[in-house]
Write a protein that binds this ligand. Structure first.
Ligand SMILES: [Zn+2]
Length: 448
């Protein structure tokens, strides 16, 4: 290391460049005066805000595109930025297996490695370790019926993940190697990956786990959270040459109000055991949710969490869920669905989903969604997209991903604007009415 680059030990510049929790922040700019879920002071739970990170700001509410292996599949990072993506979320587990978190560290962190200058998030690996490990489908389904079928799939597979008090042992889905994730290991991997926002290592449960198991799991996740705070403090001190990385605690508790409130309140008050000054910078809301309860559950959690820290709802992008989540106090969202569905030819549109491969698209010489402002819709026709998918051309995935990601990013931008100008309910009724029908929109309004 070139010593001339390091300031003298007592120079003020050292303190200014040392990573500090003050380098990360969140401010609420406007509140949603709407909904039956309210804070004790009478204010609504939904809000407009700004998350400040060492790599830039995120205007919230915001949808964060997922770049699992340090790429939003089929798109350039520049394109993700152009379509309005303010941050990218990558998966610690995937990057740990390939190329290895040490490689990403040596490259200067996730953003530098993938040429993404803006804010980055990594998840803890807990979701992938446990969902892939037990053989569940990649996306944890939100309906119990689908869960039962996923469980059947799991039973036919070798069980690949085992949870104990200290952590999780699992087999790599790439080559079958045995690995172990603990709170400390997840923190070290996420520090090497270098994202602006990291998540504490938590245990994923499903709606099929018993109430007793959910109780044990929430308690275990809380003990793991304390260990994450301690290891985070150690890593932050050891890696003072790198920008501050914020750590979010993850609220579990499935569909149980008492467990969700206990988990959220516990994380809100939690400090490290060895480092009592170390606290969470924000919170993730994870785990098993039934779709119809999403707003209710997020509302319970938001009521327990502090106002001045951001809340990330993990793995959610369906339009009705975004409206419900925002109204209940969630600030940011991520999900693989928009890009995964795009690569399969399932396209979002203002009037509902369109199958790009359907014969109805073959001679449609207009934009896939004439109301969309994305690069694909402004430059290409539905007929061309149909052709690319039928011919299995790679460009189909690229153009489709640009559209779907823009559709969801823009929807959340519009939700943000509607909170500012006081038209949230009108926007929700209009968007959901056109996507799912007027009956559905009335039910969604009644639940809010
Ligand atoms: Zn479009």
């Amino acid at each position: 290391m070139n010593q001339s680059l390091s300031p003298a030990p007592d120079a003020p510049a050292l303190e200014a460049s040392s990573p500090s929790p003050a380098d990360f922040g969140f401010s609420v700019e406007r509140r949603l005066d709407h909904g039956t879920s309210r804070r004790a002071d009478g204010a609504g739970l939904g809000r407009v805000g700004v998350i400040r990170t060492p790599h830039g700001e995120i205007q919230t509410p915001a949808f964060i595109p997922v770049g699992t292996k340090a790429t939003v599949k089929a798109t350039l990072p520049e394109t993700v930025s152009e379509l309005g993506g303010q941050a990218v979320l990558a998966n610690a587990y995937h990057l740990f297996l390939q190329p290895g978190s040490d490689i990403v560290d040596a490259a200067g962190g996730l953003g530098a490695f993938m040429n993404w200058p803006g804010p980055t998030f990594t998840d803890s690996g807990g979701f992938q370790v446990m969902s892939l490990g037990v053989g569940f489908k990649k996306v944890i389904s939100m309906s119990e019926a689908a869960h039962e079928s996923a469980e059947v799939i799991a039973r036919t597979k070798e069980r690949l993940a085992h949870v104990d008090e200290d952590g999780v042992t699992f087999k790599s889905f790439i080559n079958g190697d045995r690995h172990r994730f603990t709170p400390e290991i997840s923190m070290r991997i996420q520090h090497q990956l270098g994202a602006d926002v990291m998540f504490a290592f938590d245990e994923l449960t499903t709606l099929l786990n018993t109430r007793a198991y959910q109780e044990d799991s929430v308690d275990r996740t809380a003990r793991w959270a304390v260990r994450c705070l301690d290891e985070h403090a150690r890593q932050t001190a050891e890696r003072s040459h790198r920008p501050y990385q914020a750590l979010f605690g993850v609220v579990q508790g499935a569909q149980y109000e008492d467990l969700r409130r206990k988990a959220a309140g516990g994380l809100a008050a939690m400090t490290g055991a060895e480092f009592p000054e170390q606290r969470f910078d924000g919170f993730g809301i994870g785990g098993a949710l039934e779709k119809r309860d999403l707003g209710t559950i997020v509302g319970w959690v938001s009521e327990e969490l502090p106002e001045d820290k951001p809340r990330h709802l993990l793995g959610i992008s369906e339009p009705d869920d975004l409206f419900a989540g925002v109204a209940a106090g969630a600030d940011t969202f991520d999900c693989v669905a928009p890009s995964r569905q795009a690569r399969g030819g399932t396209m979002y549109s203002s009037s509902g989903r369109i199958n790009a491969k359907a014969a109805t698209q073959r001679r449609r010489f207009e934009a896939l969604d004439p109301e969309c402002d994305c690069y694909t819709c402004e430059n290409y026709t539905a007929a061309y997209l149909h052709h690319l998918f039928k011919a299995k051309e790679m460009l189909g995935s690229t153009l489709a991903t640009i559209h779907n990601e823009r559709f969801i990013v823009r929807l959340v931008e519009r939700i943000r604007a509607s909170i500012i100008d006081g038209t949230f309910a009108e926007l929700r009724d209009e968007v959901l009415g056109r996507l799912y029908g007027p009956e559905f929109a009335r039910e969604a309004a009644a639940r809010a």
